[in-house]
Design a protein around this ligand. Sequence first.
Ligand code: F6R
Length: 607
Amino acid sequence: MCGIVGHIGSMNSIQVVLQGLSKLEYRGYDSAGVSYIDHSGNLFNQKKEGKLVNLEKLLGKDLPQTNICIGHTRWATHGEVNDVNSHPHSFGSISLVHNGIIENANEIKKELREKGYEFKSQTDTESFLGLMIINMKEGLSFSDAVRASFKRVKGHSAFVVLCKETKEIIAVKRGAPLVCGMHETDSNVMVSSDPYALVGLVDKLYFPEDEVFCTLSGAQTNLITFAEFDGTPSKRYLSTKQNLSADASEKGDFEHFMLKEIHEQPGLIRALTQYYIGGDGEASLEDVSSIKPERLILSACGTAAYAAYCARDIIENENRIPCVVELGSEFRYRDPILSKGDVALFISQSGETADTLASQGLCKQKGIKTVSIVNVMGSTLYRDCDHNLLIRAGVEIGVASTKAFTQQVLTSKLLSFTLKGHLKNAQERKALIDRFDLLASRIESLLQNQDVIKKIAEEIYNYKGYFYTGRGTYYPIALEGALKLKEIAYVHAEGYAAGELKHGPIALIDENMVNIAIIGPELHEKVLSNAEEIKSRKGIIVALADVNDEEAKGMCRYHVPLKFDGLGDLSPIYVNVANQLLAYYMAKFKGTDIDKPRNLAKSVTVE
Ligand code: F6R
């Protein structure tokens, strides 16, 4: 959840690290800090509570000159948000940054105190620093001290450690994201928790596996080396070309990344179609066509879990394969009954969500075949699953997930289509390409007419609470709509199956409550009656209903005109875009920090 960047090379390392951190600020932003060695060989450590701009102010306009630096943006887990608890943590010749949780920190701290180490911060991270200091004091070299300290810590973490004496950076991880990068022609080497921080700076990426020690050094040869615990060279890493575009990090004419990402959806839908069934990426679909699940277990967290519910509906309806959805954070701690014919499908934007990874690990351990639908190639989930389908959403910077949801559901649809055996059927293929294109066009018209939604947002953003309701395949959309509103507008919102309201929550309905009612073609009459029940209790209704739905228009105070015909099982994705816009504009009227909502981090790498 924290962001890590390290650099050694010919450029000014502080500048490179700050540039990388600014790209990662979306991951966590309670504080930021850097440690660097200046040209006289002195180690400096500077850190500041708050956003990166506070650190930049502290460093001043004339940045110190250095060719070796590590940096960090923090999402606090242990210890309050303040300067002292910020990373890097530094003592003597060592500085380090950390992402994750050291589960046995208390036990290590007790032992280190007995050996005379005095803790300055309340963090779990400092226990690793203490281990380093004591290990080096007891005679271990820098690299041996990293190995010995890493052996002692439990839990999922990535550490990046800088040594003043050797002028090296050593990075290692267990169950947390880490990537190294190198520019093949100039001598710049980097390390980060996210490949996105390395865009435009390196052309080759290396994704180490767990417990591989990556040493970055300023030497002319072997700029990055990989070693096992015993110090022998390691080949346990995946190397790829860096192919993310630098444009992705620009907002362009949009006020927020979230709005930009909402607008990217039609183009991404068409590109996904082209990639998987219009030509190039077919190979991946053929790869999954060999899967013959007797039952599909879908597991994910947050928005990705709602995408999993949509995937369940699509796959179950189209293939009649029983599907169950399991929330990653629950599934990992259950003792689920799994059988041989089961296949587990994991959906994730980052591919680094701790609970999703743990669920995947559980299935793998039980011998169940695992498949991912994931955005980040080379992520842990991508590497650990037997089969992968990339959602090809590009970098998603807005903390609230938008385009990833759309691409996750569409990729699930492609999986469903493949399981059905339609991949080689030209007619079915053409029909699906046309339907994806129709979806893209409908989203385009929604975007062109977004002022309708903006006006409604202006009218309703100050009410007491919001119920999103839907039935059937629109129920997960109600859940996702409410989540989007909560996370960026900081208001209470709840997603509900419309038929369930009368079993309790209807008690909350009065003239201060708003109901965003998805009134699609499915169970149309039933949903209208549910809306009627709310209207009778003076609730304010915003109908997400067809442009020709006179009954919905007559009954509800506000109407977002939609066009459902022809979309079939893709229509929930379309409705969801209307909800994304509604949440976006309500948050804008509330004046919140839309791209970086409070308390949230983009990638939840701790459980
Ligand atoms: C909400 C949101 C989160 C993520 C969830 C899973 O807008 O972004 O709920 O969907 O943390 O993240 P990934 O998809 O990276 O596994």
